[in-house]
Design a protein around this ligand. Structure first.
Ligand code: ATP
Length: 242
């Protein structure tokens, strides 16, 4: 079975039918990018995968376990599914390294010394070892986002979800974050990424999903999809962002 298996899921916000029977499989080590117009349901789809949004129909399996909305099941799920958001959400009163250590200690019950070792490794992975003892307000937005990535990585998730993680950054800081994600992809980490960075989607993904009005409208190999869109909606979308 694939690592993430989403089968015919539906999601409503009151009367608004936001996900209309979405099916998606993600294999271990795969990098999947979700693109589409604003409001097409990309973030909602991503947020269902770690239970931040419940679903109103269909099933989601992660690592062989069905996602059900009990507290215990959600807790177990969130150990497997890491997430990085548009906003970095670092605790300002904690140094960067302590931000990375926090969930290791609180959620996983790992002792201080071991959590520190793990956090050091994660900070090294995002190229910020020398910022371990620096407070977030002394870091650039790009560096803060890299700390947020380190925080998610330190938990050794089976899959990492990235929700428009460069959208809040000044343009000159986008590349340093994308470079880190690119490295993670090269290392074989399973990634599901919502992004407006089309060049990144084209270069890094194994598979691109084009969402349109709550449905997977087209999906496939990035080069095929971008060079040879099969639907007028994807064609128009690609032209609109070119
Ligand atoms: N918590 C919520 N309550 C009500 N409506 C919501 C909620 N979250 C999202 N929506 C609506 O659901 C639809 C899909 O939103 P979603 O954020 O998934 O789209 P998106 O494709 O990620 O858009 P964007 O690129 O702008 O982030 C939108 O119409 C949005 O207004």
């Amino acid at each position: 079975m694939s690592l993430v298996n989403i089968n015919e899921i539906h999601k409503y916000f009151d009367d608004l039918h936001v996900l209309k029977g979405v099916t998606l499989e993600v294999q271990e080590g795969e990098v999947v990018t979700i693109i589409g117009r604003s409001g097409s349901g990309k973030s909602t789809l991503l947020r269902t995968i770690n239970g931040l949004e419940g679903i109103d129909g269909g099933t989601i399996h992660v690592d062989g376990h069905e996602l059900v909305s009990s507290t215990k099941s959600l807790r177990e799920l969130r150990l497997k599914v890491g997430m990085v958001f548009q906003q970095f959400n670092l605790f300002p009163h904690l140094k960067a390294g302590q931000n990375v250590m926090l969930a290791l200690k609180v959620v996983k019950g790992i002792d201080e010394a071991e959590a520190r070792e793990m956090a050091l490794k994660a900070m090294e992975k995002v190229g910020l070892l020398e910022k371990f003892d620096v407070y977030p307000d002394q870091l650039s937005g790009g560096q803060q986002q890299r700390v947020a990535i380190a925080r998610a990585l330190a938990m050794s998730p089976k899959v990492l979800l990235c929700d428009e993680i460069t959208s809040a950054l000044d343009p000159e800081l986008v590349n340093e974050v994308l470079t880190v994600v690119r490295q993670l992809a090269d290392e074989g980490i399973t990634l599901i990424i919502v992004t407006h960075e089309m060049r990144f989607a084209r270069d890094v993904s194994d598979k691109v999903i084009f969402m349109h009005h709550g449905r997977v409208h087209e999906s496939g190999d990035p080069k095929d999809l971008f060079n040879n869109p099969q639907t007028p909606e994807l064609s128009a979308f690609i032209q609109s962002i070119a």
